[in-house]
Design a protein around this ligand. Structure first.
Ligand SMILES: Cc1cc2nc3c(=O)[nH]c(=O)nc-3n(C[C@H](O)[C@H](O)[C@H](O)COP(=O)(O)OP(=O)(O)OC[C@H]3O[C@@H](n4cnc5c(N)ncnc54)[C@H](O)[C@@H]3O)c2cc1C
Ligand code: SF4
Ligand code: SF4
Ligand code: SF4
Length: 382
């Protein structure tokens, strides 16, 4: 039976929860807001299935020859609503037009993030754009299996650990299954997002009406804004570099422990397609950088190539040498380093201190870091 004695060895994928034949596993949030499995020993029959499907215990490596492309969705409106080049929507539309089902992460009514599925192109709007917190998978793997067994095409999208978890859960290959993961920096805690949202709502004296972690409105793709709208028609729009939630995410204060020891970031992925921001496009294919967002699309399998070929007419797409393509995106194959102040961040948050003050205390001021770097350079050059 599954037993979590080291939290960095559980990514919260919920494969164990989905597989347990006795409903003996419950996913319970810890004090940081991340969910971990808890086994009810009275119900457990020691069948071992939970350990068998765990993608950390059974981390798989494959040999493949990934190909990389720089891609842009020709539909400018969808591209604007998407994080990078809007390729997720093209892949998903292709599956839905074949009578298939698409799984992805979307906001619920309270702006929590969950995995759900949809069967129409109109519903894809809610899955567009990155939500920078861990998505709650719930029983999505079980539901995806039901569709697969009915012979429906399924596109399952998520973080690399969620994709490997689904493969382990299914335990066999399905011709009608398409897997799309992302380059993953890591996932912040849903509790941190909840507290930050409450902080912003308190300042606005209103409830959240819409939220974008990657708004391109009145700015470029690479200098994206956080854009929160409230039900009294006020808004909070700020460059991501100046927002404390994003600082905590990008400087690894709010990440899940498993994200700083990640086994899923690797060149040879178990998904069919990996999507990402094509950071560094201006050096590799400057003609595909118009500041509105370019996707890096990595094709990992024959099935992935077929899917990309099917949507080719709807996008501008050029193949790029794989090593060059990933050179601007270290999160492809390198784990995020743990921030030494992460525990302090979470414990002060638990104590109820001011969100902005906590982040500012836990992150060294940029100008001080620059001064230290200058000083070190002087010492080295002496
Ligand atoms: C937590 C997180 C970290 C990321 N880190 C990086 C990174 O370091 N470098 C990089 O280049 N790209 C990263 N990405 C991927 C990138 O932000 C885009 O998702 C990707 O480029 C696809 O963009 P798109 O324009 O094609 O489609 P979009 O419409 O923007 O993509 C939407 C897709 O993202 C999925 N998604 C959204 N939020 C989540 C979530 N919380 N959990 C799981 N899936 C989610 C949806 O299910 C859907 O499949 C990250 C994404 C997330 C969610
Ligand atoms: S060993 Fe079997 S019954 Fe027990 S928790 Fe794991 S999956 Fe459930
Ligand atoms: S990594 Fe996933 S399968 Fe393994 S224990 Fe954690 S939630 Fe369960
Ligand atoms: S960084 Fe690794 S462990 Fe964390 S969510 Fe991404 S794939 Fe999963």
């Amino acid at each position: 039976m599954i037993n979590i004695d080291n939290k960095s060895k559980c990514c919260g994928c919920q494969a164990c929860y989905n597989i347990c034949p006795k409903d003996a596993i419950e996913m319970v949030a810890d004090e940081k807001g991340f969910k971990y499995p808890k086994v009810n020993k009275d119900k457990c029959i020691n069948c071992g299935l939970c350990e068998k499907v765990c993608p950390i215990i059974n981390n798989k490596n494959i040999g493949n020859e990934p190909k990389a492309y720089a891609c842009i969705n020709k539909d400018e409106e969808i591209r604007k609503q998407s994080t990078s080049g809007g390729i997720f929507t093209l892949l998903a539309t292709s599956i839905i037009n074949d009578g298939g089902v698409v799984f992805g992460a979307c906001f619920d009514d309270n702006f929590g993030v969950h995995h759900t599925y949809c069967e129409t192109v109109e519903e894809l709007t809610k899955y567009r754009s990155s939500k920078y917190l861990q998505s709650d998978i719930g029983l999505s793997y079980k539901k995806a299996k039901e569709f697969l067994d009915q012979g429906r095409k399924v596109l399952f999208t998520g973080t690399p650990c969620q994709i490997e978890a689904l493969r382990n859960y299914l335990g066999k290959e399905y011709d009608n299954l398409y897997l799309q993961d992302i380059i993953c920096h890591g996932v912040p805690s849903p509790l941190v997002w909840e507290k930050y949202k409450a902080y912003r709502e308190d300042k606005a004296n209103a409830k959240t009406k819409s939220m974008s972690f990657r708004s391109k409105k009145n700015t470029t793709w690479s200098s994206y804004n956080i854009d929160m709208e409230f039900d009294n028609n006020s808004s909070y729009v700020i460059n991501h570099n100046d927002d404390v939630y994003m600082k905590a995410f990008l400087k690894h204060l709010s990440l899940r422990e498993s994200c700083t020891d990640c086994k899923f970031k690797k060149n040879n992925r178990l998904s069919d397609i990996t999507l990402a921001d094509f950071w560094g496009i201006k050096n590799v294919k400057p003609e595909l950088d118009d500041g509105k967002g370019t996707s890096l699309v990595v094709v990992n399998s024959k099935k992935g190539q077929e899917l990309v070929d099917r949507i080719k007419d709807s996008m501008i797409c050029q193949e790029v040498e794989f090593e060059k393509a990933i050179s601007g995106n270290p999160s492809f194959n390198t784990t995020s380093r743990a921030n030494p102040n992460s525990d302090k961040f979470f414990s002060e948050l638990e104590e109820g201190q001011d969100f902005v003050d906590i982040v500012n205390q836990c992150l060294p001021k940029a100008h001080i870091t620059k001064k230290i770097k200058r000083l070190l350079r002087k010492i080295i050059n002496r």
